[in-house]
Design a protein around this ligand. Structure first.
Ligand code: ADP
Ligand code: MG
Ligand code: MG
Length: 209
């Protein structure tokens, strides 16, 4: 069940998986950015874990967890990805008030995240950013929910689409963010933010199964 305990596990699992992915994310960001994406996110999610550990009581609502993540990432990650993921989790927190997410609430959470990222970063699909993982994830989640998938099935569909989307950033020309400074030389590398999006969604599935 996708309840508040799941949301807490999701964030703790993300922190653990970011530790494992840190070097890969940093290497990808070294190729088309400034080589700090792994460290930025590791700092952010370790701060999230510290905040969760320091709570006197378990969060009451899923939205409380997501808002804690949002404010923590905004104040600790820095770079482009801090405000982008911060706004993503803030908008995802619109599912607050539900004790448990059904399939349409999972869609709403993911749509909220994508809305936050596009509101903040103004990137469209195809610009070689994290949007190229989130947009197909949302599209796949909508399709899965429409065809009757259960909430975990919706998350799994989103993860599979994000993985494909991240791989599909390789041939793209970056036109947003630091990678756009490279122009044509950004072609041939996988976008770090699309790759970290996959890690976050993988943790969402892992925490649920
Ligand atoms: P910085 O580029 O400031 O060092 P990070 O390395 O933490 O920040 O994050 C880089 C990632 O941020 C990119 O790989 C890309 O996915 C994402 N990104 C950058 N600009 C945008 C944007 N305008 N919209 C969406 N995502 C973006
Ligand atoms: Mg960077
Ligand atoms: Mg940076």
């Amino acid at each position: 069940t996708l309840d508040v305990a799941w949301a807490v596990r999701w964030m703790r699992d993300t922190a653990t998986m970011i530790v494992s992915a840190r070097d890969e994310l940093t290497e990808l960001d070294r190729q088309i950015g400034d080589g700090d994406h792994g460290e930025n996110l590791n700092r952010g999610f370790q701060a999230v874990v510290a905040k969760l550990d320091g709570l006197e009581a378990e969060p009451a609502q899923i939205g409380d967890v997501l808002k804690l993540v949002a404010t923590t990432l905004m104040s600790s990650v820095g770079g482009a990805s801090g405000p982008l993921y911060g706004t993503a989790f803030l908008r995802a927190a619109k599912v607050t008030g539900l004790a448990e997410l059904d399939s349409s609430a999972v869609v709403a959470l993911l749509e909220g995240a994508l809305e936050g990222i596009t509101a903040r970063g103004k990137a469209a699909p195809g610009e070689k950013t994290m949007v190229d993982a989130w947009q197909p994830a949302v599209d796949a989640a909508v399709a899965a929910a429409d065809s009757g998938a259960d909430p975990v099935g919706v998350l799994e569909a989103a993860l599979a689409a994000a993985e494909a989307g991240a791989l599909a950033t390789v041939p793209l020309l970056a036109t947003k963010g630091r990678a756009s400074y490279l122009g044509e030389r950004s072609i041939g590398h996988q976008d770090p933010g699309a790759t970290s999006t996959v890690v976050i969604l993988r943790a969402a599935v892992a925490a649920a199964t």
